[in-house]
Design a protein around this ligand. Structure first.
Ligand SMILES: [Cu+2]
Length: 138
């Protein structure tokens, strides 16, 4: 039997407190194998301009990320500096596979200011541009 995250629950000690979502960012996973133009929201991450096109949030916010996989491949999406929770009571994770054509909503509290990479953990995709900078100040 293959277990998926939808069958798991966060332990009481690590479940996010109930709170309203302060900000939602739509994170479209875009690109394809033919052009190898992997990106987030259609814009490939630029290693020479790492602060371009940040996903801006604010300290203290409850953040929702809606991953929308517009491609025909799996993408294991990884957020640095935080763990996110799947749905209202799902597991706390820092990497989740987003299946082709599917959406996945995750939640986290912005409690660790800085600039944090959000990227496909298939390194070939990440390095091709499926990365973004999630940024906030203390
Ligand atoms: Cu990928």
């Amino acid at each position: 039997m293959m277990m998926t995250a939808s069958q798991l629950r966060a332990a009481d000690a690590v479940r996010l407190e109930s709170a309203k979502t302060d900000v939602t960012h739509r994170i479209e996973l875009t690109g394809g194998m033919d052009k190898y133009n992997w990106a987030i929201n259609g814009t490939p991450f630029d290693m020479n301009d790492t602060e371009a096109n940040p996903i801006l949030i604010e300290e203290g916010q409850r953040v929702r990320l809606d991953f929308v996989n517009d491609t025909d491949m799996w993408h294991p999406m990884h957020l640095h500096g935080h763990t996110y929770q799947l749905g209202a009571s799902g597991p706390r994770k820092d990497t989740s596979i987003v299946l082709p054509g599917k959406k996945l909503s995750v939640f986290f509290d912005a409690d660790n200011p800085g600039q944090w990479m959000l990227h496909c953990h298939n390194a070939y995709h990440g390095e091709a541009g499926m990365m973004a900078n999630v940024a906030y100040r203390a």
